[in-house]
Write a protein that binds this ligand. Structure first.
Ligand code: PLP
Length: 361
């Protein structure tokens, strides 16, 4: 088989999605499967839908186009604010986009009118993470704009935390979104359909047993794909953390001095781990590099430690005789390593299916 590649177990992806959907359903929260980490690959999108996601969300129009092209049947949302230069493509492609700017919403309205359709606008509210969102004090004005413009409708309110500065989506933040939703409903005499509370980082809050208030949707990517809660990156009970693994091939395996020799200046990439130890170590090189993965985001199998990486070489330390040239090694990935691997043209994807595996509850 070709290497490097991502081995993707669709059954595990489905299982992860289904488990989260089933846990959130009793709280009245449905799941938008977030597809941006895999360039809209239809197999993965379909696994999320088969796992109970009721819609798909992506931040890039190209990925949404790809899924439509592969006839993925699902409501789709653009979860990043549309570029002003792309509003036509947005209204043609998706029913709903997430928005924070009046100029973009006005352009969407104009374009939707030209297309003879109505486009749904979810207004994102800034609650402290300092990425996208209108400040809470400005929410009412933006809602008023959406209500006043033709061919757009208010499809919902939302927020996104924990992505830019790591602000936790806790009870206080989520209650604030619920309160804002209530006040918009009272002020404008409307019912808000979707109140989308956040991403995988919201799971601790959503599943902690607290009152989840008005929140009725979460947008989940990382937790479905990697089975981890991004707040502390710990595995989520009952989910697979190895639904996707990176496989790379050994191209050199030699005993080498533990420490470099000669005068040392800067390496090609900063942030390499310090080399330590003395004497001789067993070192191997895998044919994969920073163009394809984030070396800090790999979890190696027992007996193998990542020593560093350059563009095309991943250098590891191994146990004696653990590894030979031509052999393949599998790594688990974090989100950073995953998105890079998914977007590298050098990394193949192989889909496998396993019978449903029971995992410890
Ligand atoms: C990426 C993204 C998500 C999904 O985040 P995960 O941590 O992968 O669950 C949700 N909402 C928005 C706006 C995003 O950009």
């Amino acid at each position: 088989m070709t290497a490097p590649r991502l081995d993707i177990d669709l059954e595990k992806v489905r299982h992860n999605c289904r488990t989260l959907v089933d846990r959130l359903a009793p709280k009245g929260i449905d799941v938008t499967g977030v597809t941006k980490a895999f360039l809209g690959a239809s197999e993965m999108a379909q696994a999320m839908l088969d796992g109970g996601a009721t819609s798909l969300g992506d931040s890039r129009i190209e990925n949404l186009q790809a899924m439509r092209g592969f006839s993925v049947e699902a409501p789709m949302r653009l979860i990043r604010s549309p570029m002003l230069s792309q509003v036509d493509a947005v209204v043609e492609l998706v029913e709903i986009s997430f928005n924070t700017e009046s100029s973009v919403i006005s352009a969407l309205s104009l374009s939707a009118a030209q297309h003879g359709i109505v486009h749904g606008v979810v207004i994102m509210v800034e609650l402290g993470d300092l990425r996208e969102g209108v400040m809470p004090d400005d929410l009412s004005d933006l809602v008023a704009l959406v209500m006043s413009l033709p061919n757009v409708r208010l499809a919902g309110l939302g927020t996104n935390l924990a992505c830019q500065t790591g602000v936790i989506p806790d009870v206080a933040k989520m209650d604030e979104l619920s309160r804002l939703s209530d006040s918009v409903e009272v002020e404008f005499g409307i019912d808000i359909e979707m109140i989308t509370g956040g991403n995988s980082a919201n799971l601790s809050w959503a599943l902690s047993g607290v009152d989840t208030g008005r929140i009725n949707n979460l947008r989940l990517g990382e937790s479905i794909l990697l089975g981890r809660d991004p707040l502390h990156r710990q595995a989520i009970d009952g989910l697979h953390t190895d639904a996707i693994t990176l496989v790379a091939e050994v191209i050199e395996a030699k005993d080498k001095p533990a420490m470099p020799w000669g005068d040392v200046a800067e390496a090609a990439f900063s942030g390499q781990p310090e080399r330590t130890g003395d004497g001789t170590i067993h070192q191997a090189i895998l044919a994969v590099g920073r163009q394809d993965i984030d070396p800090d985001g790999l979890t190696s199998p027992t007996g193998i430690d990542v020593l560093g990486a350059s563009s095309d070489h991943l250098v590891v330390r191994t146990m004696p005789d653990a590894i030979s040239v031509g052999q393949e090694v599998s790594f688990e990935l974090n989100y950073s390593a995953l998105v890079r691997a998914m977007t590298s043209p050098f990394v193949e994807r192989t889909y496998t299916e396993h019978p449903v595996l029971a995992v410890a509850p």
